[in-house]
Design a protein around this ligand. Structure first.
Ligand code: FES
Length: 180
C-alpha cells in the first residue's frame, strides 16, 4: 500500500492516551519502543484505520523514538495502512492453500460485485479489497481477515452474506481484546 498525502486529523483523546499509557506500563521506561506495535494498532483504530506520516511522527514523539523507527515498522507490516481505506477491509489470503481452494477467483468475484479492483476502495468508502500473504489459517482455506476476525472456508454465498452483514451494521471489527 503506497504512502498517502491525504489530510488526517490527529486526535489523541484522553481515552486513547490512557490506553497508550497502559501499554507503555508493560515495559521498562528505557524500552518504550517495545510497545510500538500495539500502540500503532490502538492509534490506527482511533484514526479511521490508517496512519498518515504526521500521525506516525506523533507516535514517535509519544514513544520518544525517531520517526524512521516508526516508518520502518509501518511499511513492513501489511496490518498498518498508509492511506485511507474503507470502513471494511477484506484481506484475502492468496498464498498456496487458499490459492488452490479458489482464493483468487473469490477475490475477483468480490471485486466485481463491489465494482473495484484489488487495492481499491468503493466510492461510498465502505469496502477495500486487498490480497495478502498467508494468515496462518491454511486448514480453513479460502479465508480472509476483516478487522480482528477471520472468516474461513469461504465461498460466494458466504461472501455475499458477509457483505450484506457489513452493510447492515452487523459486523463488529474490534470485539476481541487480543493485544494485551
Ligand atoms: S494459505 Fe491462506 S491462510 Fe495460509
Amino acid at each position: 500500500m503506497e504512502i498517502s498525502n491525504a489530510h488526517q486529523e490527529i486526535n489523541i483523546t484522553p481515552e486513547l492516551q490512557a490506553r497508550i499509557d497502559e501499554l507503555l506500563g508493560h515495559y521498562p521506561d528505557d524500552k518504550k519502543k517495545s510497545a510500538l506495535l500495539p500502540v500503532l494498532h490502538e492509534v490506527q483504530d482511533a484514526h479511521n484505520n490508517w496512519l498518515s506520516i504526521p500521525l506516525q511522527d506523533k507516535v514517535a514523539e509519544i514513544l520518544g523514538i525517531k520517526p524512521i523507527e516508526v516508518y520502518e515498522v509501518v511499511t513492513f507490516y501489511t496490518m498498518y495502512n498508509q492511506k485511507p481505506i474503507g470502513k471494511f477491509m477484506f484481506e484475502f489470503c492468496r498464498t498456496s492453500c487458499c490459492a488452490v481452494r479458489g482464493a483468487e477467483s473469490l477475490m475477483d468475484y468480490t471485486c466485481e460485485k463491489l465494482g473495484v479492483a484489488e487495492g481499491q476502495t468503493t466510492a461510498d468508502g465502505m469496502f477495500t479489497i486487498v490480497g495478502v500473504e498467508c494468515l496462518g489459517a491454511c486448514g480453513y482455506a479460502p479465508m480472509l481477515q476483516l478487522g480482528d476476525y477471520y472468516y474461513e472456508k469461504l465461498d460466494r454465498p458466504k461472501m455475499d452474506q458477509l457483505i450484506e452483514d457489513c452493510r447492515a451494521g452487523k459486523i463488529d471489527l474490534h470485539k476481541l481484546a487480543i493485544r494485551e
